[in-house]
Write a protein that binds this ligand. Structure first.
Ligand code: FAD
Ligand code: SIN
Length: 551
């Protein structure tokens, strides 16, 4: 039984960005909040370090802007940077008013009473946090408010498949009017009709074999927006976090950068420090530099990991600041108050995404993108630690304001056709999906990782082209499943990463290639913007999607 739902706004994604946007709109607007797993499962839930914001009198907006621009390696958009930094305090005030329990100073003679920690690239202590589980504190606090709000209907275990645009329906105007969504428990595809759709689907870390990201981070929003006709930008800039726990069962558990911020040292197996050889800021250099230095030393010495040591600090200090990390490491046999812990880099953050304005608008009227899915220009070629949650909050708030204004004059969406499964059958080829999923993540890790070469990128391009054909063939012939949706999206996002990486003939920020090992300073650096084949098209060719039958 397929349902048609009708809302003012459909929000796809329940991390920091989606929840913030929904809560800001809810007083005046009927909202469907769709998440493909349980509501809390998101990258947000696992965020450890905190949120950057100018909160201390010794700090300044100009200093936060300067640090962000420096980390972004001349590719940040100045308007987006200023906008995000200037709205930081307001967002933190909103979170505290919602009840997020940020860690307080034990003793304070400052104008505020919160403990601020440090991370790489920040020249001041400006990271507000809830011990080492900041994301959990945000997600669980906001989630309670979402459930309590009468204007928000939550659809958990529902995965969005694709957006519905008037262009797709053959109507000559270009607007997003809804989405097709698979109810994973009932295995039914429902139609969500709304004049506004928001993509808040997070990043695409699962394109890589080793990642700090949860399983939901499969780049769905970026892929859906691209297929609908939106431009994407800066997809080559994938951030690798330098320190994930090295253990076969730890599933790339992150060891927060604030461990280094509070004095943790990175060591080689012989106990020697090495980072100052690469950057005078040593352990507090931005992540791209630290991750590359670790990668270099691991390859040079043929070692599987390096070590992070904070055992010189009093045990009481470590337990107070890092209770989650301490406990998790202990479960794997490492007592971080007494010994160094083994760590490796892993894919962590997607700096690029759906190109948006500071109001969250995409290239398609009625379609917004916020959070890690979006490219606002804030991060440039490298995101500074704790600037991501800030971006989620600031741009979700500004998109909410924009939608609220626009709702007054938006035309009601036309009637929408149901998802059509009359031309597909149940698959007996699931092994192909599983195989292609593994193959993709492995070659992305080996060929499109921390250090790149043109030759390896070209190899990756040939493989991803082949996979694209196979996955599209599967999509056209078989009933849709969660795994096919995610693999289709990951394959597309990987292709966008590879194409962007191939087109950047220099090394800058997170994109490092041995064929062009330095930044090209002969011209002004520009973001990499890719246009889909249907960009700007008012009407698409009929029959493009086998599941859409127009009457
Ligand atoms: P997410 O929080 O990832 O939420 C995405 C949502 O979209 C989920 O609800 C998911 O179910 C849903 N979704 C996805 N696809 C679909 C679909 N097709 N249909 C329906 N629903 C869908 N940043 C910081 O600033 N500070 C930190 O300390 C920090 N620590 C981090 C630690 C870890 C381990 C990780 C992985 C990231 C960390 N980051 C940190 C980055 C930051 O957490 C993320 O960038 C941010 O939380 C992203 O929020 P989001 O709302 O954009 O997406
Ligand atoms: C961390 O705590 O190290 C992650 C911070 C971030 O990704 O911003």
């Amino acid at each position: 039984m397929d349902y048609q739902y009708q809302y003012d706004v459909v929000v796809i994604g329940g991390g920091a960005a989606g929840l913030t946007l929904a809560l800001h709109l809810a007083p005046t607007t009927r909202i469907a909040l769709i998440t493909k797993g349980p509501l809390s499962e998101s990258a947000t839930l696992y965020a450890q370090g905190g949120i950057s914001a100018v909160l201390d009198e010794s700090d300044s907006t100009e200093s936060h802007i300067r640090d962000t621009l420096e980390a972004g390696a001349s590719l940040c958009d100045m308007e987006a940077v200023r906008f995000a930094v200037e709205h930081g305090q307001e967002c933190i005030r909103w979170l505290t008013s919602c009840g997020v329990p940020f860690t307080r100073e034990t003793e304070s003679n400052r104008s505020h009473s919160y403990h601020l920690t440090r991370e790489g690239g920040h020249s001041h202590r400006r990271v507000i946090h809830a011990a080492d589980a900041t994301g959990r504190a945000i997600e669980t606090t906001l989630e309670q408010r979402i459930h309590a709000h009468p204007n928000i209907d939550v659809f958990e275990q529902h995965i969005a498949i694709d957006l519905i645009t008037t262009a797709k329906l053959g109507i000559a105007s270009s607007r997003c009017v809804g989405a097709y969504v698979l109810d994973k428990q009932r295995q039914e595809v429902h139609t969500f009709r709304a004049p506004f759709v928001v993509l808040a689907t997070g990043g695409a870390g699962k394109a890589y074999l080793y990642t700090s990201n949860p399983d939901v981070s499969t780049g769905d929003g970026i892929a859906m927006a691209w297929r609908a006709g939106c431009r994407v930008a800066n997809m080559e800039f994938i951030q690798f976090h330098p320190t994930c726990l090295y253990h076969p069962e730890a599933k790339s558990f992150l060891i927060t950068e604030t461990v280094r911020g509070e004095g943790g040292k990175l060591l080689l197996p012989d106990g020697g420090r090495f980072l100052s050889k690469f950057d005078p800021r040593a352990e507090l250099a931005p992540r791209d530099i630290v991750a590359r230095a670790i990668d270099h030393e691991m390859k040079r010495l043929g070692i599987p990991c390096i070590y992070l040591d904070i055992s010189h600090k009093p045990a009481e200090f470590t337990l107070r600041h890092f209770p989650t990390v301490y406990q998790r490491c202990l479960e794997f046999g490492y007592d971080m108050t007494k010994q160094p812990i083994p760590v490796v880099p892993a894919a962590h953050y997607t700096c690029g995404g759906v190109k948006t304005s500071i109001r969250g608008r995409t290239d398609i009227v009625g379609l917004y993108a916020v959070g890690e899915t979006a490219y606002t220009g804030f991060h440039g070629a490298n995101r500074m630690a704790s600037n991501s949650l800030l971006e989620c909050l600031v741009f979700a708030m500004s998109a909410a304001k924009d939608i609220e204004r626009e709702l007054k004059t938006a035309p009601p969406p036309p009637p929408l056709p149901d998802w059509d499964e009359s031309r597909v059958t149940v698959s007996n080829e699931e092994i192909v999906v599983a195989h292609n999923w593994d193959e993709l993540r492995r070659f992305m890790w080996d060929y499109v990782g921390i250090v790149r070469t043109t030759k390896r990128l070209e190899k990756a391009k040939r493989r991803v082209d082949l996979l694209t054909k196979e996955v599209e063939d599967h999509y056209r012939h078989y009933r849709i499943t969660n795994d096919v949706i995610e693999l289709r999206n990951l394959t597309l996002v990987s292709e966008l990463i590879i194409r962007s990486a191939l087109s950047r003939k220099e090394s800058r920020g997170l994109h490092f290639t041995t064929d062009y090992p330095t930044p090209d300073n002969t011209k002004r650096p520009t973001p990499t913007v890719l246009c889909p084949p249907n960009y700007g098209r008012e009407q698409e060719r009929p029959g493009t999607d086998p599941h859409l039958t127009l009457v």
